[in-house]
Design a protein around this ligand. Structure first.
Ligand code: AHR
Length: 635
């Protein structure tokens, strides 16, 4: 993150001297009593929500570079793969429906080269996810399954090729031996290449032969060096958000368009060759490289606790499994899933996890039953939820069971509320929980976003988000968790199914929207309780929250969503006479429509400055359209 130290402070001084109040505008007085803690703040307030949407995993976080590595096809041919015939070579490619390396992958690409030599090779090329990122001196790890038509060894050249120059940027020869399916692994290294996404991948051979191919995979270096792992730049952006939990695997992606296309976790564990892949609700196919264990490892990498969504018998297209005996197999599936996550290696599904490479059990405190079941027109959720709730509690009394809507008959531990709105509605919703009932279940705001700006939110959306978050912090005794959605978008044409997504990327780069930076700032300082406070003079566009941890820190969140500067007098009773320096991070823009893009990623980033506090009072001015986080160190 870009923090040009000092610039913000200069700007504030200028604003103080030069900005008189407009007619009708009043100065704000904010009085905080640090000696009077008000309510606890949940340490899990900030987390992440994620699903396969907008090429979030494939073509996004999941670092696989080959698009359609399992050679699916339609009437146009094999998707994302194209024939290569160099020089005088001649070849054809088809799908062989009867040849595949596993029961999950029963077909393959059949390349038949009738004419080729060293100067005229033939083969296949893959376009990647809108290109393939190559950086200088980078090691790539590849693999594929193959078989030949004879016992003679067949050298297969794998190459990353620059689209414009045709120059190879990394290359390797792998010898395919025999007529039985085998997995081949290789590594190759780029040299002094220019960082670019304008590259493609090629398989070529230099003689007449037939070659069957399946599961062609290629990875760059990944976060924490994990095999089958995640993109480093995007993981670093997530780490900066300090998320405490990860809600997965959806969202609508959990439900599927129908029962057959739900997140069927048992088909998404173990070796990739045993994963059949499946269509998603978001109009594209999932490679399923991001399966249950990969989600859990993602949690491990970012020190998040898993919040596991289990399929609950309702799919987006309206298909419903009736509560009762029909639902039992799905309840059992959820129990098996929980055992896969939490069971020792001596349990049936814990043993499978161990065999998949993770002997240690994961801690699981939260399970959510379904997703947005208020859309179930058959109104079966009361019964379905109760059946899951009782089965989970019977085996795992300590797990908090989350309902996706208010239910009758049983008391869920937590209910998941979702909000997608324009800026002004989010300003109103900032007060939504202030007087909410505290006697019922806790609240998880499992999806929320101010939806203005595309593909990523603009500054107006960041203001709506920041205002809304002040309300969640103030009410975090009730709102125990929250997560923005959707988290990711591939900004290439066709990459987006849902507009307004927090983090954007292409094959090479990623960037944080203003709303992303606001969340990074909010999570950078969170106390363990709110402090009693009172405010006067604030209009409809001023928002704040104060949290503190005794003897440690005070965290102030200040939002001025107005187009004019806002003077504020702040007093902190109990702060004492000492002179202190407070950290002040400011995010601001000139208009609500200002934004960051993949080409201009750093227009709106937090600027860090220091504020000198003398005693318990501060005369402060918030710039127009600004979000500020002030941290006062009490140690
Ligand atoms: O976040 C996008 C979608 O919005 C989610 O999949 C769904 O739960 C909600 O309707």
């Amino acid at each position: 993150m870009n923090h040009p130290i000092g610039k913000g402070f200069t700007a504030l001084l200028f604003v103080t001297l030069a900005m008189p109040l407009l007619p009708g505008q009043t100065p704000v007085t904010l009085n905080i009593d640090l000696a009077r803690p008000k309510a606890p703040v949940s340490p899990t307030l900030y987390g992440l929500m994620t699903e396969e949407i907008n090429y979030s995993y494939d073509g996004g976080l999941y670092a696989e570079l080959i698009r359609n590595r399992t050679f699916r096809s339609d009437w146009t041919g094999i998707l994302n793969w194209f024939l290569v015939e160099k020089g005088t070579s001649s070849a054809k490619v088809s799908v062989d429906p009867n040849e595949g390396p596993s029961t999950a992958l029963t077909s393959s690409a059949k390349l038949e080269v009738t004419k080729a030599d060293a100067n005229s090779p033939a083969g296949l090329l893959n376009e990647g996810y809108w290109g393939i990122a190559v950086r200088p001196n980078t090691r790539f790890t590849g693999s594929f399954y193959a078989k030949g038509s004879s016992e003679s060894p067949l050298p297969v050249k794998v190459t990353l090729v620059a689209d414009q120059s045709g120059q190879p940027v990394a290359s390797r020869s792998v010898t395919v031996k025999g007529t039985a399916w085998k997995e081949y692994r290789y590594e190759m290294q780029s040299g002094n290449a220019t960082a670019s996404a304008e590259n493609h991948f090629e398989f070529t051979i230099d003689r007449p032969a037939a070659l069957w191919l399946q599961l062609a995979s290629l990875f760059p270096p990944t976060y924490h060096g994990r095999a089958n792992g995640n993109r480093i730049d995007i993981m670093e952006k997530l780490a900066a958000m300090r998320p405490s939990f990860l809600r997965f695997p959806g969202g609508n992606y959990l439900e599927g368009g129908n029962i057959a296309t739900r997140f069927d976790w048992k088909k998404m564990i173990g070796p990739l060759v045993d994963r059949p892949t499946h269509p998603t609700t978001w109009s594209y196919h999932s490679s399923d490289g991001m399966g249950l264990l990969e989600f859990l490892q993602w949690c491990e990498d970012l020190h998040m606790e898993p919040l596991l969504g289990v399929y609950a018998g309702y799919s987006l297209g309206g298909q419903v499994v009736k509560p009762g005996p029909d639902l039992e197999p799905y309840v059992q599936d959820a129990l098996d899933e929980i055992e896969y996550v939490t069971g020792g290696a001596d349990t049936k599904w814990g043993a499978v996890r161990a065999q998949n490479g993770h002997p240690a059990a994961f801690k699981l405190r939260y399970v959510e039953v379904g997703n947005e079941d208020s859309f179930d027109r058959a109104r079966t959720y009361d019964g379905r939820f109760a059946q899951f709730f009782h089965a989970i509690k019977a085996k795992h009394p300590d797990i908090q069971v989350i309902a996706t809507m208010p239910v009758k008959g049983v008391n869920p531990d937590v209910v998941d509320d979702h909000y997608y709105n324009r800026e002004q509605r989010m300003f109103e919703l900032a007060k939504h929980y202030d007087n909410a009932d505290r006697t019922g279940p806790k609240i998880f705001v499992g999806e929320w976003a101010t939806r203005e700006g595309t593909p990523t939110p603009n500054f107006g959306a960041a203001l709506g988000d920041a205002a809304f978050l002040t309300g969640l912090e103030r009410n975090s005794d009730l709102v125990v968790m929250s997560a923005y959605a959707p988290l990711f978008v591939n900004v290439n044409p066709g990459g987006m199914q849902w507009s307004t997504d927090l983090i954007g990327y292409d094959a090479l780069n990623s960037y944080g929207s203003p709303a992303y930076h606001a969340q990074v700032m909010f999570a950078s300082c969170l106390g363990d309780h709110t402090a009693e406070s009172s405010i006067s003079g604030a209009g409809e566009k001023f928002f704040y929250s104060v949290t503190a941890t005794a003897k440690s820190k005070v965290c102030m969140k200040l939002v001025n969503a107005a187009s004019t500067a806002q003077p504020v007098t702040i007093t902190w009773k109990g702060l004492g006479d000492a002179t202190r320096r407070a950290r002040l991070d400011t995010l601001k823009a000139n208009t609500t429509w200002a934004t960051n893009t993949i080409a201009a990623p750093n227009r709106i980033v937090p600027v860090r400055s220091n504020v000198s506090l003398k005693g318990e009072r501060l005369e402060h001015v918030l710039p127009p359209y600004s979000i500020q986080v002030m941290e006062i160190n009490l140690q």
